[in-house]
Ligand binder design. Structure first.
Ligand code: ZN
Length: 211
């Protein structure tokens, strides 16, 4: 059993939840043209992701689950899989509320899921390009250099650069780290050692979680 298996469990609940929310939602954005409503749905779901990610850092209960993702001391593609299945479920519940409230279509949900997977894989990777180019690209979408401060061992630094796909949210809500691309970062959490996949399942319920 590894992190891929624990993450896969969550999809057994998330997919039916999203279909249910979309089928029963109002048509707040669905009456717009296809070419507007589909990308707008993707942008709204990314905003939901930003909000949930920020809550996961700022509210102790949610940090207990998100902490597992940040314990990784070697940032690479596998880091993107380190998500507790209950965290994935809480995130899906918030997304479902947005889907229901805005009438986000199943097409938007599918495109958002694909883009989230691709960008989470990319911004946790070590795929390096010249910093001058990456800095400009990161105005449009998340990149490894954009995401690195978020995994710094200093908890004050990781309360920044929360965006999944569009860094726009960090600029709008003033959570963009001013030293992004300007210093080297050390990954993990200074107060705790890493845990394996099995221990990560029960760690959020233990006394020392989130400390
Ligand atoms: Zn985080």
């Amino acid at each position: 059993m590894n992190f891929l298996a624990t993450k896969s469990i969550s999809y057994l609940i998330i997919v039916p939840l999203f279909i249910l929310a979309s089928k029963n939602s109002n048509d707040f954005i669905q009456h717009l043209s296809f070419w507007i409503s589909i990308p707008l749905g993707v942008v709204i779901l990314d905003l939901s992701g930003y909000i949930f990610h920020r809550i996961s850092h700022e509210i102790e209960f949610f940090w207990r689950f998100h902490e597992i993702h940040h314990l990784d001391e070697i940032l690479d593609v596998s880091t993107s899989l380190r998500v507790h299945f209950l965290e994935a479920l809480f995130h899906a519940i918030l997304n479902s509320l947005f889907i229901y409230a805005f009438g986000i279509s199943q097409e938007s949900i599918a495109i958002h899921a694909l883009l989230s997977f691709l960008f989470a894989t990319y911004h946790h990777s070590r795929f390096k390009i010249p910093v001058s180019i990456e800095e400009k690209l990161s105005l449009l979408f998340t990149t490894p250099g954009f995401h690195e401060p978020h995994h710094d061992i200093d908890i004050k630094n990781n309360q920044s650069n929360y965006a999944f796909i569009f860094p726009l949210w960090d600029h709008i809500f003033s959570t963009y780290h001013k030293y992004t691309f300007k210093k080297e970062w050390v990954f993990g959490l200074s107060y705790s050692n890493d845990v394996d996949a099995i221990k990560s399942l029960v760690k959020p319920l233990s006394k020392d979680a989130g400390k």
